[in-house]
Design a protein around this ligand. Structure first.
Ligand SMILES: Nc1ncnc2c1ncn2[C@@H]1O[C@H](COP(=O)(O)OP(=O)(O)OP(=O)(O)O)[C@@H](O)[C@H]1O
Ligand SMILES: [Mg+2]
Length: 224
């Protein structure tokens, strides 16, 4: 379960304090598919970074399975992030000097996983339709292909929670449908919880739990 309590994130712009996330509270249940929609600049990426432990809030708390992530030490938090949650970033985040397969395996380099995940990495490469690009470097991949590698990478550690920021933003409709089908499959088979930021109302409509963000404020539209 993800519990967000009175969460606020401020930025200072030209001497003015500006609330990118403004006293937000909501709960996303274990195994839920949740979406967050909202206009550009409404605070979606900021909110996801707070949930994922990548950005520190000004006030409020985020509890994952009852643990307050911002009360953890840096080591504890990074271990937690590595085991529990994975993040699909809005913009490409592949390491340019690693091949497609090596990028997918990158999260397994941290921590002791006790199993060889190369076969699973290849399976994920197949799921995102890029088996033939196993040895390609990011600079030789299209934007959409890089994104698909980043999506495959999010699953390598078999995370409990996937936080996806516009995961299908630059993909064609067929690939987009395949990615959503993959998310649904991971949700049903592995019980993975998803929080998906999207501009796409059709994708949002497919999720059981819909949140809407405007000017840093969240409303729970499917629970209203
Ligand atoms: N590091 C930062 N410093 C100052 N302001 C920031 C910073 N990051 C984000 N902001 C501001 O906070 C607001 C929310 O940004 P955020 O990236 O969360 O929006 P978003 O909803 O994800 O938008 P988009 O749909 O365009 O990705 C914006 O007004 C943005 O300019
Ligand atoms: Mg964003």
């Amino acid at each position: 379960m993800i519990e967000v309590r009175e969460l606020t994130k401020t930025y200072v712009l030209d001497g003015q304090v500006f609330k990118a996330v403004d006293n937000v509270s909501f709960v996303i249940g274990r195994g839920e598919m949740a979406s967050i929609i909202g206009h550009s600049g409404s605070g979606k990426t900021t909110l996801l970074s707070l949930i994922g432990g990548l950005t520190k809030p000004a006030s409020g708390s985020v509890l994952i399975e009852g643990k307050a992530i911002w009360s953890m030490s840096d080591d504890e938090l990074s271990g937690f992030r590595n085991r529990k949650m994975n993040f699909i970033y809005q913009f490409s985040s592949l390491v340019p000097t690693l091949t497609a397969l090596e990028n997918i395996l990158l999260p397994t380099a941290f921590g002791d996983h006790g199993e060889n995940l190369v076969d699973y990495a290849r399976e994920l490469l197949g799921v995102v339709g890029l088996t033939e690009k196993e040895n390609s470097y990011p600079s030789h991949l299209s934007g959409g292909q890089q994104r698909r590698i980043a999506i495959a990478r999010a699953f390598i550690n078999k995370p409990d929670i996937v936080l996806a920021d516009e995961p299908t933003g630059d993909l064609d409709e067929d690939t987009e449908n395949e990615i959503i089908a993959l998310f649904n499959r991971m949700n049903k088979d592995a019980g993975t919880t998803f929080v998906i930021v999207t501009h796409n109302k059709e994708i949002a409509a497919l999720t059981g739990h819909q949140l809407k963000m405007a000017n840093g404020i969240v409303s729970d539209i499917s629970r209203a």
